[in-house]
Design a protein around this ligand. Structure first.
Ligand SMILES: [Fe+2]
Length: 383
């Protein structure tokens, strides 16, 4: 289900929710075919919603995107005019310089990983198989001005679990962990792989090349995930990888001890140096629910600030919206849905990103609760 609040001329004009009317929803169609391959036209479209090249796409990483209207009505599967031959990650990266959309899909059958590029007009112009040793779960990735970064981490497909109908991925002590760095415009042959300490990352903040030419990537890192049970998750924290591309040396550094998830930043800086990140404070780890606060990080100074919404008020992912196209980084707002357990309801809360500890700029009481979900986007009229 998608939830949308329309903001116009300083007012909340409407709230609406709509089921994404996928084949899974309408026909109860099954995503796995008799030959164990995926039917890419069947998916739950429950993870993210983005806008690119005049289309709004609801995403889940196993399937084709589902196109919806600005009023959240379902148009149907979008397969890039038949060019897309895999599913689409829920975390494509829109390059703010070129307007290109970089994305990928992982699969339990070979090819395990395929990279795709759509141009600014929304036309799929490249698809490239990336060779990895096995079928791992790859939820997200990163781009920089010069590179694409893949995370091949030890959450591996487990056929026995799949046959049993449970979460078909688990932690592996044998698989190892590596980052693949591919020059933008390059292919599988140009990917350089860098070993890192085993861990799992659902979501990076951002990645960029620093002044020394090293590739820096900030992530929300789980030291271990899904060992034994698919509910097990050690708390995830802000962590920095720094890959010296000339020596091949990878530096790893924890930047904070607090458990977080759902990292976001000013997406006009995708792939470029940035200063501020925002995330949900999960307090005891994501497997025990989430806390009542958002954390803002100043990644230049190491400082942080917190907005606590108060007892029983639980925020979702904070989406940064710049005050204007030319506004400075951090000059804008954070939008988040806040669940209020006291009244079994939800608010859309808007914070001043430059002053997150201050009172909200606006609290918009919604006519019904928004269930806990994953990701969202601010979609201006011009998108
Ligand atoms: Fe995600």
């Amino acid at each position: 289900m998608l939830h949308g609040v329309e903001l116009r001329d300083g007012r909340a004009v409407s709230y609406r929710n709509r089921w994404v009317r996928t084949r899974a929803f309408v026909e109860d169609a099954k995503s796995i075919k008799a030959d164990f391959t995926r039917d890419l036209t069947v998916g739950v479209a429950n993870t993210h919603v983005i806008a690119h090249a005049g289309r709004i796409l609801a995403l889940v990483e196993t399937s084709f995107p589902t196109e919806v209207t600005p009023a959240l009505e379902t148009i149907g599967c979008f397969d890039f005019e038949g060019r897309l031959t895999t599913g689409m990650t829920a975390h494509p990266k829109l390059c703010p310089r070129t307007g290109e959309l970089h994305f990928f899909c992982y699969n339990y059958m070979a090819p395990f990983l395929t990279y795709h590029l759509a141009d600014a007009g929304g036309r799929l112009v490249r698809s490239e198989v990336i060779e990895v040793p096995g079928p791992t779960m790859i939820h997200d990735f990163a781009i920089t001005d010069r590179h694409v970064v893949f995370m091949d981490l030890p959450i591996v497909f487990d056929l026995e679990r799949a046959m049993a109908g449970t979460m078909p991925y688990r932690w592996s002590d044998d698989y190892g962990a590596r980052l693949g760095v591919m020059p933008r415009g390059g292919g599988n042959a140009q990917v350089r792989w860098f070993e890192i300490a085993p861990c799992y990352v659902f979501h990076p903040f951002n990645a960029y090349e620093d002044a020394q030419g090293a590739l820096v990537m900030d992530v929300v890192r789980y030291p271990e995930l899904w060992r034994g049970s698919s509910a097990a998750a050690a708390p995830a924290t802000l962590h920095r990888w720094r890959i010296d591309l000339s020596t091949g040396r990878v530096g790893e550094q924890g930047l904070d001890d607090r458990a977080i998830e759902f990292p976001r930043f000013d997406e006009r800086r995708v792939g470029a140096p940035y200063r501020y990140g925002y995330a949900v404070y999960t307090e005891h780890g994501i497997d025990r629910g989430t806390g009542t606060a958002l954390i803002k990080y100043d990644l230049r100074t190491g400082a942080s600030a917190t907005h606590d919404f108060g007892p029983g008020r639980i925020p979702a992912e904070p989406v940064f919206v710049p005050a204007s196209p030319g506004a400075a980084e951090d000059e804008g707002w954070l939008l988040t849905y806040v669940y209020d357990a006291g009244r079994e309801g939800s608010d859309l809360v808007i914070l001043d990103a430059a002053n997150v500890t201050g009172k909200p700029v606006a609290t918009i009481a919604l006519p019904q609760r928004v269930p806990f979900g994953f990701h969202g986007s601010w979609i201006p009229d011009t998108a």
